[in-house]
Design a protein around this ligand. Structure first.
Ligand code: HPA
Length: 276
């Protein structure tokens, strides 16, 4: 059975949120694993649980169901998603378009994404913050498959400038002002939930992948469809499976938490500069 995307359903979700927040945020931030400290800095917060939003995705983690947090960050109105949705949790790829389409209908034009990723590039080490300059999607899946919603964008759309150069330059400059440099690389998407085999990693490196992860792609591809500017950053939380003895992922959350304050300062600075 062909499942249809229905514009009015996204609109209903967005209207529910707008009713509560009243002001259209221009910037949305989706936070990756362990990278939540930014939320402490949001002022005049309004919180909306995902589960209360009509037609929105239902979280698979009962004790951390996720919410939208709207408020002011560095003097600008932003909306954050505290938890993202992954393919490995069981959603269909087209369902994973939902968060970004809803954010677009809230008025969001700039999307900032963070994630935890494995470091494939030999110059990348756990703790590095890396700008995503491009991605490789060999999973054969797309969130924008199915009937096209013209309200968001064209049936066929380019993704060669998905990771906005202006935002990347701003991020690089902001990091230097804060006293560090960002690495830059290509994000290779894998469906997970298993980590990669060493042979897969060696193949990915040959293909040009610098970082590997199980998220973000659905969001950037949907943002490309509805003409949002994207800034995506990975925190390298671990060496890829060919660079270490035991690849069990145990350090992912701890390293992300350690780097989280640095990433928070960077995002705050970027958001501030965006307003100037
Ligand atoms: N592989 C895939 N996803 C990840 C990794 C990894 O090494 N680290 C954090 N997320």
């Amino acid at each position: 059975m062909l499942k249809e995307k229905v514009f009015d359903k996204y609109k209903e979700s967005a209207d529910f949120i707008l009713e509560k927040i009243k002001i259209e945020p221009e910037i949305a931030i989706i936070l990756g694993t362990g990278l939540e400290t930014l939320l402490d800095e949001i002022e005049d917060k309004i919180e909306i649980n995902y589960e209360d939003v009509p037609n929105f995705l239902v979280s698979t983690t009962k004790n951390h169901p996720g919410k939208f947090i709207f408020g002011k960050l560095s003097g600008r109105y932003v909306i954050c998603m505290t938890k993202r949705f992954h393919y490995y949790e069981g959603y269909d790829f087209d369902e994973l378009a939902t968060p970004v389409y809803v954010l677009r209908l809230l008025g969001v034009k700039t999307l900032i994404l963070t994630n935890a990723a494995g470091a494939i590039n030999y110059n990348f080490h756990p703790g590095d913050i890396c700008l995503i300059t491009d991605h490789i999607n060999f999973a054969g899946v797309t969130p924008t498959r199915g009937n096209n919603l013209e309200e968001f964008g064209e049936r066929f759309y380019p993704i060669d400038k998905l990771y906005d150069r202006g935002l990347r330059n701003l991020a690089k400059k902001s990091a230097i002002d804060l006293g560090f440099e960002l690495k830059e690389g290509v994000y290779f998407f894998t469906v997970g939930p298993f980590f990669e085999s060493p042979s897969e990693i060696r193949a990915i490196r040959l293909l040009g992948g610098d970082l590997v992860g199980m998220s973000t792609l659905t969001e950037t591809l949907t943002a490309g469809h509805c003409n949002m500017k994207v800034l995506a950053m990975s925190v390298a939380t671990n060496y890829s499976s060919d660079r270490i003895e035991n690849m069990d992922g145990s350090e992912v959350e701890d390293v992300a938490k350690e780097v989280s304050p640095k990433l928070k300062s960077l995002i705050m600075k970027i958001v501030k500069e965006l307003g100037e």
